[in-house]
Ligand binder design. Structure first.
Ligand SMILES: NC(=O)c1ccc[n+]([C@@H]2O[C@H](COP(=O)([O-])OP(=O)(O)OC[C@H]3O[C@@H](n4cnc5c(N)ncnc54)[C@H](OP(=O)(O)O)[C@@H]3O)[C@@H](O)[C@H]2O)c1
Length: 307
């Protein structure tokens, strides 16, 4: 039986990957770090611990590893370089070494933030130019992962979807508490106003859609970088408005703000939207628009507690 090791099974993407992989017949083993996983077969692993990571992978001998773990609170990374480097670069390097030693495929999550946002609609051949430390660590990790014999680097953008652990409010060791769509829904349900930036554009990516792409990347014979994001290029403000519309809340609760009025420690790319043509063709799948993704979230709403 094919065994898939999912690093970060407590996370938004990792938890969805576990479900998709099991549906596709993989024996799935997940790992968590600070939070306890809802998966019975999940084990604790800090990927920055080289020895523990090597031993874990050597004992399991997986067919492939999907690494979703990162310290990805952008502003926190800006003032905590050592911590960010430890997880995002050294952690990725430990997994790359372990994958090479055990001859398994490594699918690694990167980000649209490797681009400076001056152009938009980026394809895989556009040159990255990170604006902040988090993005720099992710680009360094891409270069390290690219030295493993069998690998894929997946670049998503603003990932959203339901994750039961995010509803608990217990933050992940990634630095993230709750994803943007869930944050918007919590506010709207309470009738509270939210402000969202109107001049930063990205390609919101439904975690379920991304999980499908990541499992396809495990099975893909090609090495390389793949843009695995939503098809829409929208500002956070437009995205929040779409969420309000699909879920039936008043658009008046969503207020636009410009990035110059919104305090963010690290400068964000103005337009980091991604072209997903290569991944769609190679993987034989279609990425969703923001509206399609939000509609999927709406159909999954029953039983999801976001209060
Ligand atoms: N979220 C976005 O909008 C976005 C956009 C573009 C790219 N990305 C990239 O996509 C990936 C997944 O994002 P996500 O939203 O699913 O993240 P997430 O929900 O914050 O989950 C991160 C996972 O990584 C684990 N983790 C953190 N530090 C670790 C360590 N030192 N060793 C082992 N595991 C560790 C966490 O474990 P615990 O929960 O147990 O602490 C959690 O399971 C990341 O690589 C991120 O850089 C994210």
């Amino acid at each position: 039986m094919r065994t898939l090791l999912v690093i970060g099974a407590t996370g938004l993407v990792g938890s969805k990957v576990c479900v998709t992989a099991q549906e596709k017949g993989y024996k799935t083993v997940g790992t968590h770090n600070a939070r306890t996983s809802l998966l019975p077969q999940s084990q604790k692993l800090d990927i920055a611990d080289a020895d523990a990571t090597h031993k874990f992978v050597a004992a399991l001998k997986p067919t492939a590893i999907i690494n979703t773990a990162a310290l990805h609170n952008v502003d926190y990374c800006e003032s905590h370089h050592q911590e960010a480097n430890r997880v995002n670069v050294e952690g990725a390097a430990n997994l790359a070494d372990a994958a090479s030693e055990t001859s398994c495929r490594l699918v690694h999550l990167s980000t649209d933030y490797v681009f400076d946002g001056k152009k938009g609609h980026y394809n895989e051949f556009d040159a990255p130019n990170p604006l902040h430390y988090y993005a720099w660590t992710k680009l360094e990790a891409e270069k390290i992962v690219a030295q493993t014999p069998s690998y894929a680097v997946a670049r998503p953008s603003v990932i959203y979807g339901w994750n039961k652990l995010e509803s608990t409010g217990i933050p992940s060791s990634s630095g993230k508490t709750i994803n943007f769509a869930m944050f918007v829904l919590v506010k709207l349900r309470k009738g509270e106003t939210i402000t969202a930036v109107r001049d930063q554009y990205s390609s919101p990516t439904l975690a379920d859609n991304l999980a499908d792409a990541l499992v396809r990347l495990v099975e893909c014979p090609e090495n390389g970088v793949f843009h695995t994001a939503g098809r829409s290029c929208v500002s956070r403000y437009e995205f929040a408005l779409k969420i309000a519309d699909v879920f039936g809340y008043s658009p008046g609760l969503v207020e636009p703000v410009s990035s110059s009025d919104f305090k963010q420690v690290a400068e964000r790319p103005k337009n980091s939207c991604l072209s997903v043509d290569r991944a769609e063709k190679t993987l034989g799948m279609r990425f969703m628009t923001a509206e399609e993704g939000i509609r999927i979230m709406k159909t999954q709403e029953v039983g999801e507690d976001v209060a």
